[in-house]
Design a binder for this molecule. Structure first.
Ligand code: PEP
Ligand code: MN
Length: 346
């Protein structure tokens, strides 16, 4: 259920509605739009009498939400959610570009790549410190040491850091260093981890599970938002299908479908989506054409020596070429590639 009020309603009217929501055993979630304030109710709403709320001051409408997911749905909030982080926006006009290696392998490696990406004007740096690998014998990441390097990169280049929280134990230190917390495909349905990140205010980049439906992804986002963190970015990263010529099947259908059903930003990870470096530019362009709000792309200065996902990583040189193409494409879909020093790309 959602209660629609005027965005300029007196605070005392809003407070009365909140008190009444608590009195019927539910929890209020305030979602401010440009014209309207939507108050989403979670909890046992079935027996709640809508009429009682309709009679309250400044209440314009009371709606039942037909979808299973509530707070992330467009029924509750019509306008796109735009998330602000370190002077950038995610989900608005800016086409966000997150780039970096799959894993942090050494201080030299991560500084080399971050330095080159910084030169290209990239604002968001990705690199995994805790790697959830399919094989227990594969490189698991540099862990705390890796986070220290990310903190140094943030200080040195002012880049916005995106890194994965693999479990509840390490979430607090990841949240301290990372501006945006990534929840990986393998953890999309780790509901206790989702609830925990919901109690932080860092934006959360929630990747779609490899066998998860669009609805499953939206339900997972709902777990985070229901805890009070509305700063969720959804990320399509490819799903498992019968196809064997590519690592995954990048489901670009998800982009316009999610745009219709949810107000949250939707990003695409073409690197994991196709898994083959020289096909990553084509799928990046296709993602933007489909309406993606941002891209997360793996870049490594020596892909052949990478400890994880080298085969799907662009080099800074091939990545630069892609950026140039994206800059041409973005205006067609009413976006602008968000880079620091645009003149360095020309
Ligand atoms: C990654 O971003 O390196 C990663 C492990 O992604 P995913 O969770 O989508 O597999
Ligand atoms: Mn990877």
């Amino acid at each position: 259920m959602v209660i629609i009020m005027d965005v300029n309603a007196p605070q005392s009217d809003v407070d009365k509605v909140k008190v009444k929501i608590a009195a019927v055993g539910c929890k209020p979630h305030l979602i401010y739009g440009a014209q309207k304030l939507a108050i989403g109710l979670t909890g046992p709403t079935t027996g709640v009498d809508e009429e009682e709320f309709k009679l309250m001051d400044s209440v314009q409408e009371v709606l039942r939400v037909s979808k299973k997911y509530k707070l992330v749905s467009r029924e509750v909030k019509q306008e796109d959610t735009v998330i602000k982080v370190n002077g950038s926006t995610m989900g608005g006009k800016e086409l966000c570009i997150i780039a970096g290696p799959c894993s942090i392998e050494s201080r030299d490696q991560v500084f080399e790549i971050a330095g080159q990406l910084n030169e290209l004007g990239v604002k968001f740096f990705r690199a995994g410190a805790y790697k959830p690998r399919t094989s227990p014998y594969a490189f698991q990441g540099l862990k705390e040491k890796g986070l220290e390097y990310l903190a140094e990169i943030k200080k040195e280049y002012g880049m916005t850091i995106v890194t994965e929280a693999k479990d509840s134990e390490t979430l607090p230190i990841v949240a301290e260093i990372s501006d945006v917390i990534q929840i990986g495909a393998r953890n999309m349905q780790n509901y206790s981890l989702l609830e925990k990140v919901g109690s932080y205010q860092n934006p959360i980049l929630l990747k779609r599970g490899m066998a998860a439906s669009i609805e499953d992804l939206l339900m997972s986002a709902e777990y985070i938002v229901a805890q009070g963190n509305f700063n969720v970015i959804l990320c399509e990263r490819g799903i498992r299908t019968f196809e064997t010529y590519t690592r995954n099947t990048l489901d670009l259908n998800a982009v316009p479908v999610i745009k219709k059903h949810s107000h949250l930003p939707i990003f695409v990870d073409p690197s994991h989506g196709i898994g083959i470096w020289d096909k990553v530019p084509a799928m990046s362009m296709a993602s933007v054409a489909a309406g993606a709000d941002g891209l997360i792309i793996e870049v490594h200065h020596k892909p052949e020596e990478a400890l994880s996902d080298g085969y799907q990583s662009l080099t800074p040189k091939t990545f630069k070429k892609l950026l140039e193409k994206l800059q041409q494409l973005a205006p067609i879909v009413d976006k602008e590639v968000a880079l620091n020093k645009k003149e360095s790309i020309a």
